[in-house]
Ligand binder design. Structure first.
Ligand code: AMP
Ligand code: MG
Length: 435
């Protein structure tokens, strides 16, 4: 990259570092376990019970003393007197004496002095019959401990079963519930307010007038913000009018932890985002060495500046993304997604799966800027095991069809003007797209 070309351009990493400076997980809130999926623990979950809480049966069968079974075979079974029954959820009335057995169900407490459970299939008792047999013939010499689940073998009471920072999925929810948690302390979900700017924008569902286009950035940003773990809310479309823009921005600041504007960050006569940010807080304006997406405004303010009286000190981050839809998408991916993840308590570093692929065709790009090409991926038909990458279509920052057709973003260094076919590239897979 020549010095001239790089002048005034900020490297992607540097811009990200500045964005993430001081970004900390939001405070914790108690949430019902079943509502906590996808949330991040702000405190460990500590077991209030052992798992299992007591020795119990792993099978439907008979609880016995292993010493009574010595020598039992199908041809020469041991016969024991059945003195009672213990079902899951009930307490055994007494201990098992020598020569006797309790019928037992899976998950029931093992009676005192029993050390083994013989599955019903290894006995002459018909399975599924309610009536208790007087005697049972046992066909195996099950060793002590067979089919018994020991108290605490899964979890000991008082241990942290899930650590702070753990993202709760179905299995973590199951473990927390079994360990006695009803609610868990999770980081508050970041609130992302979205505001589109531009006189040309029309909301979906309305007829298009002359010179107008549909606002695609708002729905895309709402979906991207939710995929990053945020609560998202649109604050509509602001005209290219400084006063309207500042008012709408204030409303978003009063509600959100993060405000994402699209459009209006360039230096055109109708680009007012910078001034609107400056009216509410501190703002930095960067030209990032990337393609698509170059202008980026980033600011910080407090909710009170937007009119929030309940929590005026709440920090609010302001992002002004370029308006071209592919630029908006990619700059959200690179800068807003990590920031939202950090507020949600997740690692900010990109979580996208990165695969290496071989370019099936040559590509060119602007020198001095890192390119994020929209590519399709397919297995090399020659069976080399390599992935091949093709451009998914036009690479202009307005070409949404190629973005929607892409399996991922191929990252090409700022140091090269392009790459020949056969070069290896790193591709970030866009899993949210279902591919
Ligand atoms: P701007 O960054 O405001 O100069 O806009 C750059 C390009 O992106 C223009 O062609 C705009 O019409 C387009 N654009 C801006 N905002 C949106 C939006 N919300 N949805 C679709 N296109 C947009
Ligand atoms: Mg505009």
């Amino acid at each position: 990259m020549s010095a001239e070309r790089s002048a005034g351009l900020l490297r992607v990493e540097e811009a990200l570092e500045r964005v993430l400076e001081g970004a900390a997980p939001l405070a914790g809130e108690l949430v019902e376990l079943a509502e906590a999926a996808g949330r991040v623990l702000a405190a460990p979950v500590v077991a209030t019970t052992a798992l299992p809480p007591w020795d119990n049966s792993a099978m439907d069968g008979f609880a016995v003393r292993a010493a009574d079974l010595l020598g039992a075979t199908p041809a020469d079974p041991v016969r024991l007197r059945v003195v009672g029954e213990v079902a899951a959820g009930h307490v055994p009335p007494r201990a098992v004496d020598p020569g006797t057995a309790f019928r037992i169900t899976t998950g029931a407490i093992l009676p005192a002095d029993a050390d083994t459970v013989v599955p019903v299939e290894e006995t002459d008792a018909p399975p599924g019959v309610a009536e208790l047999p007087a005697m049972v013939a046992i066909r195996v010499a099950a060793p002590s401990g067979a089919n018994v689940r020991r108290a605490g073998e899964d979890v000991r009471s008082g241990t942290a079963v899930l650590e702070r920072g753990r993202v709760l999925g179905p299995s973590a929810v199951a473990l927390a519930a079994a360990s006695g948690a009803a609610r868990v302390l999770v980081h508050r979900r970041p609130r992302v307010g979205i505001l589109a700017t531009g006189d040309e924008l029309t909301p979906a569902g309305q007829p298009l007038g002359p010179g107008r286009i549909y606002d695609s950035n708002t729905p895309a940003l709402v979906v991207q913000a939710r995929a990053a773990g945020a609560l998202a809310r649109s604050f509509g479309i602001a005209q290219d009018d400084p006063q309207v823009l500042t008012e709408r921005l204030a409303a978003a600041v009063a509600w959100a932890d993060v405000v994402v504007l699209s459009g209006g960050v360039s230096v055109g006569a109708h680009d007012h985002v910078r001034d609107a940010f400056a009216a509410l807080g501190e703002v930095a304006f960067w030209r990032v060495a990337m393609q698509p997406g170059k202008p980026l405004a980033f600011g910080r303010t407090r909710a009170g500046r937007g009119g929030d009286r309940a929590d005026p000190e709440r920090p609010v981050a302001l992002f002004g993304l370029p308006g071209n839809p592919v630029s908006t998408f990619v700059t959200f991916e690179l800068f807003v997604r990590p920031f939202v993840r950090a507020l949600a308590g997740r690692p900010a570093a990109s979580d996208r799966r990165r695969v290496s692929a071989v370019l099936a065709e040559p590509v060119t790009k602007s020198p001095g800027r890192r390119a994020f090409l929209r590519v399709r991926l397919a297995a090399d038909p020659s069976g080399s095991g390599q992935l091949l990458a093709w451009r998914a279509g036009g690479q202009g920052s307005h070409v949404l069809s190629a973005l929607a057709a892409a399996d991922g973003l191929a990252v090409i260094s700022e140091d090269v003007p392009g790459l020949p076919a056969g070069a290896t590239v790193e591709v970030w897979q866009l899993e949210d797209e279902g591919r």
